[in-house]
Design a protein around this ligand. Structure first.
Ligand SMILES: O=C(O)C[C@H]1C=CC(=O)O1
Length: 96
């Protein structure tokens, strides 16, 4: 099951830089692990914003929920989830 996920990050202005850097490092490692597993298919920065658009390939909505709530930055994110299905005009398989 494919889902588009938009993540908008809002770290508190009062958060010490070292704490923010530590969370971002954990987030990067978590994200790399999920990208390597194939669960997190795409991640794109939204130009000019501390936000991304990602595509997740998961077995269930519950799995997506578990992965998203496990993000180290989850407490500081607004997340929008959009289910995706194959477009009839697409020349690509869902594997690409
Ligand atoms: O920077 C972001 O968009 C937030 C988050 C998502 C992956 C990651 O490494 O950080």
């Amino acid at each position: 099951m494919l889902f588009q996920v938009r993540m908008d990050v809002n770290l508190p202005a009062a958060m010490p830089a070292a704490e923010a850097d530590a969370i971002k490092l954990k987030e990067k490692a978590y994200s790399h692990q999920l990208q390597e597993s194939g669960k997190w298919r795409h991640i794109w920065r939204i130009a000019g914003q501390y936000a991304n658009v990602s595509v997740f390939d998961v077995d269930s909505v519950e799995e997506l929920h578990t992965l998203l709530t496990g993000l180290p930055l989850f407490p500081f994110m607004q997340i929008q989830v959009t289910p995706l299905c194959r477009h009839p005009s697409s020349i690509r398989s869902t594997d690409q």
